[in-house]
Design a protein. Structure first.
Length: 65
C-alpha cells in the first residue's frame, strides 16, 4: 500500500466517517479528490463492518482501479 493512501485512510478513520460525513467530504475535497471518488469512498466506508485504516486504504486504492 502507498504511504499517501495510508495517511488518507488514517485521517478518515480518525474523523469517523459514519458520524462525520461532512468532515470527511471536506477533508477529501481539500486533498483534491474528485467528488465522484469521494462518494465512492464514503459509501464503501459506511458499509464496512470493521472500520480500520487497512480497510479504508483498500477502498481508496480500489477506487482508482
Amino acid at each position: 500500500m502507498n504511504i499517501v493512501i495510508e495517511a488518507h485512510a488514517n485521517k478518515l478513520a480518525t474523523l469517523d466517517c459514519n458520524l462525520n460525513t461532512t468532515s470527511c467530504h471536506l477533508y477529501l475535497d481539500n486533498c483534491h479528490f474528485p467528488v465522484n471518488i469521494q462518494d465512492k469512498i464514503l459509501n464503501s466506508v459506511s458499509k464496512l463492518q470493521v472500520v480500520s485504516v487497512e480497510n479504508i486504504a483498500q477502498i481508496i486504492d480500489h477506487c482508482y482501479d
